[in-house]
Design a protein around this ligand. Structure first.
Ligand code: CO
Length: 459
């Protein structure tokens, strides 16, 4: 029996523990070593990394990807893509989705893990199709959650539908770290019964279940697990790579990992971890075990967002009420999984309901769009009163949301003109217009400085 490992330190661990603020200058020196570790893949791009590069790190995300690829030619590079939402928080037209996937792959991505927050399969079909057309590996992920409408049968059927789309692997993505060992065993078994594809398990240590969950999932036939180098593991991050390697190796599972390389990788990240603690970038509370998530089903990232949101409004004492309101809002919305962007939408609405002292007195425009069907199909029934309040006499849309969108890429490219160096810039702009615009302007300034500096010495 063999178990493969996907290392997440560059993406999910980075995102979950330090708000995706790790610049490439920190991790570039270890990439050549990581390339020798024997990982099945390294998750290094997508998710929040793209936004964070442009918004906070003054880094071109495409350049980051090319630099990682140059240092890791032997390892499969993996990205996380939010289906039709790409790396943003709304639906993009098909031409943009196809271009984005094409350029992700041509700049270095080998495996595109594609999911939809609502598990509406129509929202991943274009990204999957383009990934396959580009000759890359499409991995379809199901957003794991528990609710009265999320049954084993439904999940297994969803995976079967994904297999019919031609994906090469399936991932169970438990962004909240709420999947228990038993649930993992039952779900992996149910999926393996129906689908003959490699199965990846993805969870977080938030509630303390993760190591047990992986072990039971592996016993049921899971093929790949997502782990983070030990110093960046635990808490809201993934379980530790070395720990699982140690335990699974003893149990007789084969892995491709090189123990000495894993140690080098971990030693490398230790001083940076200490630095993050010292600077306050890493809040030590995210390293703990928070079992509240088992009651409230709130992902680690969402919990810390709620806390900082309430602190900013001087209302941290209302947290217990907000934590109770959150599952109620979720139920009203037909039990969407609490993954980006739905986790933010549900959290903000729950906080608003509590702070205003009246439920749905004010409704966020994203929630309105969701109820109108603009995100796709809700997993369960949306509460009638909420529907009436938002829709009035209007009807919700039933088609695939992106069917209503007009092509955008060529138009944007023409509009940007010389502001964009290439198609990648156009995609950065479409994904995050204001942020990209500022990034382009700053880049232009840096270029002028370089030119001035290079002229000065000729006196
Ligand atoms: Co995750």
């Amino acid at each position: 029996m063999k178990v493969n490992f996907t290392e997440t330190v560059l993406r999910d661990a980075n995102q979950s523990l330090i708000a995706t603020r790790m610049p490439i200058s920190v991790f570039e020196p270890i990439l050549e070593t990581m390339d020798k570790a024997g990982y099945y893949s390294v998750e290094c791009w997508g998710g929040a990394t793209f936004d964070s590069c442009l918004r906070y790190l003054n880094e071109d995300p495409w350049e980051r990807l090319r630099r990682i690829k140059a240092k890791m030619p032997n390892t499969k590079l993996q990205m996380l893509l939010r289906g039709q939402n790409l790396l943003g928080y709304k639906h993009y037209p098909d031409d943009v989705v196809r271009k984005f996937v094409q350029h992700s792959i041509s700049n270095g991505i080998d495996i595109v893990r594609i999911f939809d927050a609502l598990n509406d399969i129509r929202n991943i079909e274009v990204a999957v199709d383009e990934t396959l057309k580009c000759g890359a590996h499409a991995s379809a992920a199901i957003s794991y959650t528990t609710s009265p409408v999320h049954t084993l049968d439904k999940f297994a059927q969803l995976c079967k539908d994904m297999q019919s789309m031609g994906v090469q692997s399936i991932c169970i993505k438990d962004m909240a770290g709420v999947m228990s060992p038993k649930e993992a065993y039952d779900l992996v078994s149910a999926i393996k019964d129906k689908v003959d594809l490699p199965l990846v398990l993805h969870t977080h240590c938030t509630t303390g279940l993760a190591f047990m969950t992986y072990l039971k999932g592996i016993e049921a036939g899971a093929d790949v697990i997502d782990t983070a180098t030990s110093v960046f593991s635990g808490g809201t991050s993934q379980p530790a790579t070395e720990t699982l390697y140690y335990a699974l190796d003893q149990l007789g599972y084969e892995t491709d990992l090189k123990h000495d390389v894993l140690k080098q990788v971990n030693d490398f990240f230790k001083p940076y971890f200490a630095e993050c603690l010292e600077s306050g970038l890493l809040d030590p509370t995210v390293m703990g075990t928070a079992t509240e998530a088992l009651d409230y089903k709130i992902p680690g990232g969402m919990l810390s967002n709620l806390i900082s949101q309430l602190k900013a409004q001087n209302a941290i004492d209302r947290l217990p009420e907000v934590l109770e309101e959150t599952p109620r809002v979720r139920k009203d919305m037909g039990y969407p999984p609490l993954v980006t962007p739905l986790s933010q939408m549900v959290g903000v609405q729950a906080a608003t309901n509590v702070l205003l002292g009246e439920r749905y007195k004010s409704i966020g425009k994203e929630i309105k769009a969701y109820v109108k069907g603009e995100y796709g199909r809700a997993p369960g029934e949306i509460d009638d009163d909420l529907k009436k309040k938002i829709l009035g006499s209007e009807k919700a849309i039933e088609c695939r949301p992106a069917d209503l969108l007009k092509p955008e890429f060529e138009k944007t490219k023409a509009m940007l003109g010389s502001k964009a160096d290439n198609d990648e810039d156009v995609l950065s702009y479409i994904a995050f217009p204001q942020v990209a615009e500022k990034f382009f302007a700053d880049r232009e300034k840096r270029r002028e400085n370089i030119v001035r500096y290079s002229i000065e010495p000729i006196e």
